[in-house]
Each structure stands twice: as C-alpha cells, then as structure tokens.
Write a protein that binds this ligand. Structure first.
Ligand code: SF4
Length: 359
C-alpha cells in the first residue's frame, strides 16, 4: 500500500490521521507544527513525539521532499530559477524574485515592498491552456501537482537560499484554477502553518471563470491577478485560446462579481507586444475597464520569443515604448507598474528550463 505523504496535509487531515492511529487529536497540531513551522524532512526528526508513535506513523506515512536538480541565477538582477524533480521523475520550475527586480520603476516602492522576497510557484506539470506566449503551454498537460509538491517549492527554496520568503505568486507552470482544491489547501497551509499573510499571496489566472467565482466565496483574502493582455476578443482568442470558452464579457462579469464579494483590488497582467496591444485605443479600453473595478495594471516586457509558434508575429515592445504606454494610462489616473524583465539571461519565463531538461 502506498504511504501517505504527510507534507501537504492540513491540520484537520493530520488530526484525522492521528485519530486513525488511536492517538489523541492534539497530535494533529503537533504534526502540523513539525511539518510547516519547524519544517523537518523526516518523521524521525519529530523528537517531541514518542518513538512508539513515530514508528506507528512510519508504517502508514512518509514525508516526501522535492529533489533539487539545479538552479540558475541571473547575473543581471539576481532572479534565481530552480528546477525540482518530483517523486515520479517529472520536473517543475519555481522562481525566486528579489525585491529590486520585481518592478522596473522600483524607486517608487515603499520600504515594505523593498524587503519583498517572492517565490513564483508551479501548480501543474505542463499546462493544457496553450497560451501563445508561454513555453509551458508548448509542453501540454502532464498532471496536477499535489498540495505537498506546491508548498515544498517554498520550503526548499527557503532552505537552499537561507532567506525568508515573504510573498508567493501562483504564476509558474500551470493554470492554478485547474488544480483548485490543492491550490486552496496549499494557501491555507501557507497562511496557518507557514505564517505568510493572505495579502502577500497572489493567484494569477489566464481567466478560468469557475475558479474566480469559487475563490470569491472562500473568504481567503488572497489577491487575484488576471492575465489580460488585451481587451479585444479577437486578439485575446489568439493569445489565450481559453478566451474562446470564456470571452472577455464573461471574464469581466466574473471579476465584477469577485470584487462585489471581496472588495479586493484586482491586478491585471499585461504583456506589451509592439504595435499589437499598446496603441491609443488600448489605452481607452483599459481606462474604461479600470472604472468598473478598482485595479492596478502590471505592464510586462516580453522577451521570450523563441517558442512562439511559426507564422505568429509577436514583437517585444522596447522599454521606451512601454514607458510611453504607461504614461498614457497614468495620465488617465490608472495605477500602473512596469515589471522588470526579471531573469532575462536565465530563460526565466515559465517552463523554459523544464522543457530544456526534457522532463
Ligand atoms: S501562461 Fe499560464 S495558463 Fe497560459 S499556457 Fe502558460 S502556464 Fe498555462
């Protein structure tokens, strides 16, 4: 019989497991603390538990850890990309983003934001959504990550880097809302077990509406980011094929519902493609959008054209062009940030390392 992976179980699940082993309910809390506060990686390291209980536990359960394969650090900005191997040999990526690289125009960052250390986590091996600008999409879908594999990305990166992670973004390989339950369990463990505030956790979606509507009812207070990139359906159908299922009108009404329920500002991610979505009519459309629901817009430089399908003409906007676009939006009182080209020299766009490794 396959053993249960303790890493990834919530406190309630650990309590149930303890009861099934004829132990007292408080054992669940002890296990939770050993796993997520002390972050041990073997059952024998739980030294406050009796040897008898540990032995009993070992017959049913184990602690699975991600295997570190390699990492690459950007010589430009310190962004570090990690490649991890899962128990079944598949590989995923996670990225550690230091504060000064998060935003191009970072002089305006508050002190709190300057101390920010963010891990971008993966939620799936591959991804079925096939966005045109994304390397992961070219891999197709392999499988969902289990909860333990999601949280262990942060635990392992803290161990390797010896740095305290302050923020988490679900923006790595995969569409988080296609792995909804495991992502929500991971978030609960980040908040309750690892002491990361909900407001420092962001779920980024390509626009999976079912997930947005469900999240609105969770009362979790995490942030929601939408990979928007355009407000024109025809162009969005090409960039994000999911738009054919959930078009902009459906997406925007789900976002309005989310705001009505949560009163939380939404972030729109917007990769700027030269001549394609950076024109004056795009400024008008974004301005109209920003009047519907309080939001901020992150403009993202596009630098990873190597995997764009042949025949598709996507050109990166220059930094000057992005700045000009930002100025026009700000002139209309929109809150706009320009994200830096983090890790340009280490192929930091999601999926590129895992594809290179062939796993
Ligand atoms: S951008 Fe996100 S949702 Fe789109 S293919 Fe890549 S991983 Fe999937």
């Amino acid at each position: 019989m396959e053993k249960i992976n303790l890493k990834g179980l919530t406190q309630e699940e650990l309590t149930e497991l303890s009861l099934s082993l004829r132990e007292k309910p408080f054992r669940g809390k002890q296990l939770f603390e050993w796993l997520y506060k002390k972050r041990i990686d073997s059952i024998d390291s739980m030294t406050t538990l009796s040897k008898a209980f540990r032995d009993k536990l070992k017959t049913k359960a184990e602690i699975c850890n991600l295997k570190f394969v390699t990492s690459y650090q950007s010589s430009i900005d310190g962004t570090t990309k990690y490649l991890f191997e899962l128990k079944d040999g598949k590989q995923i990526e996670s990225v550690l983003i230091p504060p000064r690289t998060a935003f191009y125009d970072n002089k305006s960052l508050k002190l709190d934001e300057q101390k920010r250390l963010t891990v971008c986590v993966s939620t799936q091996v591959g991804c079925p959504l096939d966005c045109i600008f994304c390397a992961t999409g070219t891999m197709g879908y392999k499988r969902n990550l289990i909860t333990g594999e999601i949280i262990d990305q942060v635990i392992q990166i803290e161990k390797i880097s010896q740095k305290k992670i302050t923020n988490i973004v679900f923006m790595g390989m995969g569409e988080p809302f296609l792995n909804y339950d495991n992502v929500i369990d991971a978030i609960r463990i980040f908040i309750d077990g690892m002491n990361i505030a909900a407001r420092r956790i962001t779920i980024s979606t390509a626009g999976w509406i079912d997930g947005i509507l469900k999240l609105a009812n969770e009362n979790l207070k995490v942030k929601l980011a939408i990979s928007l990139h355009t407000l024109k359906d025809e162009l969005r159908n090409m960039l994000i094929p999911l738009n054919r299922k959930y078009n902009l009108s459906k997406l925007l009404s789900a976002i309005s519902h989310y705001y009505e329920r949560t009163k939380l500002r939404v972030t729109y991610e917007y990769i700027v493609f030269k001549g394609l979505n950076d024109q004056d009519d795009d400024v008008k459309l974004l301005t109209k959008l920003a009047r519907k629901v309080p939001c901020k817009i992150n403009l993202i430089p596009f630098h990873s054209i190597s995997f764009v399908k042949p025949g598709i003409d996507l050109k990166p906007a220059t930094m000057e062009e992005i700045e000009l676009f930002a100025q026009k939006l700000r002139a209309n009182h929109l809150t706009v940030f320009i994200r830096s080209s983090a890790g340009e020299d280490i192929t930091a766009a999601c999926g590129q390392l895992a594809i290179k490794s062939g796993k």
